[in-house]
Design a protein around this ligand. Structure first.
Ligand code: KG4
Ligand code: ZN
Length: 343
């Protein structure tokens, strides 16, 4: 089955053609990130205006690059939420129109579930799986029992993990998006014997709950910045921010793996691109999980390839392939507040 995916939930205008949820025939991501770098974050009206300019060229390029024709496309999949309302509307209205004009089935997709399915493009994870979804707007722990059967376990009470990276990066004047910027600055920190030693909190790490809280971290960072301010301190702070966020994410997720006795662990979303996060998961699993007779680890950990962690339309097409429930175009509506447990 050949699916055209369309994704416009935030600042990326993405279109992709994917065969059978796995083979990426084309994957176009037009980003307005440079514009948001100038403003230090996303201004929703600007993002929507850029979406409107880029959507048709992105879809045309996706079809052309796939080497297929419109007649060969079996379905259209589109993100309907969560996200910025103006941005979501551009993709959803375009998809509704194409569904009507081309007479193709239309599959509405939850953006967060799309992130999860980035794991199915280069892999076929066995289920059930504990999945950590960490993006700029969301931090959710879920149990994926089967396709179309997802149980919510916990989420952030305030800021998302990606949002915390972005806000801390702004405090350190490292630019937007903050995750890659903090990771790059942290990599420069070589543990010099500094007089200034920073210890940030690991919020809720010792509590039984599967909830997260990241808003206190940026306040702690602000306090540290007002104490010191030179370049070395910025590297040390970036390092400690990355350590604090990833410690909490890894700890809580592994507790969920234990509690639900599953052997598959997946991460998804923009923050899943973070190398230190993946390294920590691998190390902890190596050190704590019992080995089967075959010598293989009992916990199978998987993260999507880096370019499929951040927003893209291939993951939307993949999600639609495994959950192929077309809806008449007249009934497809956007929902900026959609949660991971819906759809
Ligand atoms: O999933 P995504 O592309 O968009 C949303 O759905 O929000 O995630 C974007 C978020 C941003 O907060 C960005 O700073 C973060 O993912 N991010 C990273 C990395 N790459 C992107 N965070 C940490 N390390 C990275 N390498
Ligand atoms: Zn996303």
């Amino acid at each position: 089955m050949i699916i055209l995916g369309i994704e416009t939930s935030c600042d990326e205008t993405a279109a992709a053609v994917v065969r059978d949820g796995k083979e990426i025939l084309s994957n176009i991501v037009a980003s307005s990130v440079e514009m948001h770098t100038k403003t230090g974050g996303i201004i929703p009206e600007n993002a929507a205006r850029e979406q409107a300019k880029s959507i048709i060229p992105a879809i045309e390029a996706a079809i052309e690059n796939s080497k297929y024709k419109i007649e060969n496309i079996d379905s259209i999949a589109v993100t309907i939420g969560p996200g910025l309302i103006g941005s979501l509307l551009v993709g959803a209205e375009t998809a509704r129109t194409l569904s009507w004009v081309w007479n193709k089935p239309l599959v509405p997709v939850n953006h967060l579930i799309g992130h999860i399915y980035a794991n199915w493009i280069d892999n076929t994870p066995s289920l059930p799986a504990i999945t950590l979804v960490v993006s700029g707007g969301h931090t959710d722990l879920v149990l994926v029992k089967d396709h179309g059967n997802i149980e919510w376990i916990g989420s952030t009470r305030d800021d998302a993990a990606g949002e915390c990276f972005d806000k801390c990066a702004r405090l350190l004047q490292l630019g937007y998006p903050g995750g890659p910027a903090i990771a790059a600055e942290a990599a420069k920190f070589k543990n010099q014997s500094l007089k200034f030693k920073v210890n940030l909190p690991r919020p809720l790490i010792n509590e039984e709950t599967f909830d997260f809280s990241f808003s206190g971290l940026k306040t702690a960072v602000l306090r540290e910045i007002s104490k010191q301010g030179n370049k070395l301190v910025r590297q040390q702070l970036a390092h400690e921010i990355q350590e604090a966020i990833t410690d909490v994410l890894v700890d809580k997720t592994l507790k969920a793996v234990q509690k639900y006795s599953v052997s598959t662990l997946l991460v998804a979303g923009g923050v899943a691109a973070n190398k230190r996060l993946k390294e920590k998961f691998s190390l902890k699993i190596e050190n704590c999980s019992p080995r089967s007779e075959a010598g293989k680890l009992k916990i199978n950990f998987h993260a999507p390839p880096t370019h499929l962690c951040t927003d893209n339309a291939a993951m939307i097409a993949a999600a639609a392939f495994y959950n192929h429930k077309p809806t008449p175009w007249q009934k497809v509506t956007t929902n900026p507040g959609l949660t991971i447990a819906q759809l």
